[in-house]
Design a protein around this ligand. Structure first.
Ligand code: H2U
Ligand code: ZN
Length: 358
């Protein structure tokens, strides 16, 4: 690809969604007098009596958490998806239909769960020990296994940081499982199926091969996994995490691949935290094959962090992005290089070690 072309405004195609993104490489040099995010305090106690996720504490609605030692899962007390009630449809004679048929609705059943990664209120994934991150991986696998036998789409995700709307700093994620295929995976399914029909190979496997050949967007890799800033990234430091081998969903991961996943997670999330020396906010989630016979679908995880130039300046998806199309300010290559420059030793651990050696 010609370098000078990529220095000027251009568009890139998102292979997974079929949508274009506008890239404006030099826009980050503009002056900034807009919103500066205030930073949450970094020092948290290992147990917070007010936290609704800490072991032994009360939750809203009267439930009480057990004194858990590692991970803990419960059904969300304010679930966005609730079990399907066929009786409701029978009583009302099916979903409402407007006279001209333009106002459509369909039933949606499901369940929502909250998954606590650790009993420790003060930790985040990158600060946890590898065996404890592996426990989170196993929890994701087990939950996916159970819920995917009952639901069409199981969305495992983590909202991290107040900036992403996370209500509590206690390390946790969520699962929303529902009877329908939501918009984002539906787009990814269509694009992956189309490519597979044309080429007979999974789209993301061919894409990964190309990325590994070029190398510029690869941030971290090990024997089983590769983390890269995708060619079409929209969020400033977006990452796509891919297994090296063609596989569709989390339960297909071998034992060694689960260990490798824990290891690469610790590294990329440490790089994230080290970038601005803060607990880096993001939304991340797994996209696994929605049906067992979908050979075109490659398992992957997305990481969408909102921060752009510092711990205090975030990217807003507004204006042009809402009304026309997604746009980004630094290139995916610049972002990858910034992340590669970050240490894989967490800044808090480095500070502790400096303190201890004094
Ligand atoms: P966040 O990941 O966005 O912080 O969400 C935490 C979830 O925890 C949120 O979906 C649930 C909220 O509904 N919750 C409970 O299930 N019980 C509680 O007592 C408080 C919060
Ligand atoms: Zn807590």
């Amino acid at each position: 690809m010609k370098a000078r072309f990529l220095d000027r405004p251009h568009r890139r195609l998102n292979l997974l969604t079929g949508e274009w993104v506008l890239v404006s490489p030099h826009r980050t040099q503009r002056p900034w007098q807009g919103k500066m995010e205030s930073l949450p305090p970094e020092d948290r106690p290992s147990y917070d009596p007010q936290c609704y996720l800490c072991p032994g504490n009360d939750r809203a609605g009267g439930a009480k958490n057990p004194a858990y030692d590692h991970t803990f899962v419960f059904t969300n007390d304010f679930a966005a998806l609730t079990p399907f009630e066929p009786r409701l449809l029978d009583d009302e004679g099916g979903p409402p239909q407007s006279e001209g048929g333009l106002l459509q609705a369909e039933p949606s059943g499901g369940t929502c769960r909250v998954i606590c990664f650790s009993p420790r209120h003060d930790l985040t994934l990158p600060e946890m020990e590898l065996p404890d991150i592996r426990r989170v991986v196993d929890l994701w696998v087990g939950q996916y296994e159970e819920l995917s036998s009952r639901y069409r789409w199981v969305q495992i995700f983590e909202n991290k940081g107040a900036l992403m709307g996370c209500s509590n700093p206690h390390p946790h994620g969520q699962i929303w499982a529902g009877s329908f295929l939501p918009n984002e995976p539906a787009k990814e399914d269509a694009e992956q199926a189309r490519y597979f029909a044309e080429h007979g190979r999974p789209l993301l496997m061919d894409y990964l091969k190309e990325e590994l050949k070029e190398g510029r967007r690869v941030v971290e890799e090990n024997e089983d996994w590769v983390a890269l800033t995708p060619w079409w990234a929209v969020w400033p430091f977006e990452l796509l995490l891919l297994p090296r081998r063609a596989l569709g969903s989390l339960p297909e991961l071998e034992d060694s691949e689960r260990n490798g996943l824990a290891e690469i997670l610790k590294k990329i999330l440490t790089r994230y935290d080290n970038l601005f020396e803060i607990s880096f906010p993001y939304s991340m989630g797994w996209h696994g094959r929605p049906k067992r016979d979908f050979g075109h679908w490659q398992l992957h995880a997305h990481f969408y962090p909102p921060l752009l130039r510092s711990a205090a300046i975030r990217k807003f998806l507004v204006g042009y992005e809402m009304l026309a199309e997604a746009q980004r300010d630094i290139t995916a290559e610049q972002a990858a290089s910034r992340l590669r420059d970050c240490s894989i030793v967490h800044y808090k651990q480095a500070a502790n070690e400096r303190g201890a050696s004094r």
